[in-house]
Design a protein around this ligand. Structure first.
Ligand code: RUB
Length: 321
């Protein structure tokens, strides 16, 4: 797949969900790095970096995308800066992409195992949007015989909740699909909320699909545990220096048809794809490195930077930019 095709696939959400986006980006950049030819190492590296920039710009909010791209480029740059020949830079880039993809998949599995320990027999769980990390927890709990029930928000405007409901039901989990605005009614019946994550800021705030913060407020009101399944590469290091996470604004045709718009020319539209849940509404993050309360994110950032050898060294990757 060409770099413009990869960009388009991400932009139009044919691949969506932060983890899948990250692995798709790593794979697309790997394939480009594998095949592109150049006359000099500088030309080669400029081309690979430009491809990374392009892929990185497809979706602004999920920090897994720049972190994945930076991770892949980090491997190549180390070889480039040490004066290695093109073939070695190519191999280093391919190796770091493969490492990222493997570690990302492993993280989803570990999150499932760690998170399932927090799920009790007979729990009713509410979930929002479509998160493979959150699904991993629910599937693992189900496989352990916990007899869970899951209520899925439909997640307007793109209805990713339908996908979650179909997946959970296919595993044999007792699954119910509700409209987003029915969530408060069902919160009384819930024991916990489990959602995924697009980004975590240094203060422990969660960025996830639009509507997540409303679910968190409802959980808080009803004293229902709110847990977030998140690989550590969803931590946004830029927030350490005060940068705010960009919230993607999507096309208004996701919420009204062109025909309706033409009939109502004075109506304005606003279609943010994500929202921010303040740390006080998050009980804990389930990461592949264990459970972390929102107040522990800063220490995790330090750990990721300090112990940045080998796998998942997003600390190093961040400073690569
Ligand atoms: C998907 C979404 C998911 C997170 C986490 O949004 O908000 O909850 O990306 O998913 P979109 P995962 O459909 O707009 O990409 O756990 O799979 O990384």
């Amino acid at each position: 797949m060409s770099v413009p095709d990869a960009f388009d696939t991400l932009k139009t959400m044919r691949v969506h969900g932060a983890g899948r986006i990250a692995r798709f980006a790593a794979q697309a950049l790997r394939d480009y790095a594998k095949s592109v030819s150049a006359q000099s190492t500088k030309e080669y590296w400029d081309l690979v970096q430009a491809a990374g920039e392009r892929i990185r710009s497809a979706r602004p909010t999920a920090v897994s995308l720049p972190n994945a791209v930076n991770f892949v480029l980090y491997g190549g740059r180390t070889a480039f800066e040490s004066g290695s020949p093109i073939e070695d830079i190519r191999q280093a880039t391919v190796d770091s992409a493969n490492e990222f993809m493997l570690q990302s998949l492993a993280a989803v599995k570990i999150i499932g195992e760690i998170g399932a320990k927090r799920v009790k027999n007979g729990d009713t769980i509410i979930t929002h949007c479509n998160s493979e990390a959150a699904i991993s927890i629910m599937k693992t709990a189900h496989d352990l015989g916990r007899g869970i029930k899951v209520i899925c928000d439909e997640t307007r405007p793109r209805f990713q909740g339908h996908k979650t409901a179909a997946t959970l039901a296919s595993y044999g989990i007792d699954t119910t699909l509700i409209i987003d605005s029915a969530c408060r009614l069902f919160m009384d019946k819930a024991d916990k909320v489990i959602v995924g994550c697009d980004a975590i800021s240094a203060n422990g705030a969660l960025v996830n699909k639009i509507g997540t913060s409303a679910v968190a407020v409802l959980a808080h009101e009803a004293r229902v545990n709110f847990m977030v399944a998140a690989e550590t590469y969803k931590i946004d290091f830029k927030t350490l220096t005060g940068e705010l996470i960009d919230i993607e604004e999507r096309d208004s045709t996701e919420i009204a048809s062109k025909e309706w718009m033409a009939q109502n020319p004075n109506v304005k539209f606003h279609n943010p794809a994500f929202d921010v849940t303040p740390p006080e509404f998050v009980d804990f993050y389930v990461t592949e490195k264990g459970l972390i309360p929102p107040g522990g994110i800063l220490s995790m950032m330090k750990e990721l930077y300090r112990y940045s050898e080998g796998a998942m060294s997003i600390g190093k990757a961040f400073f690569y930019q």
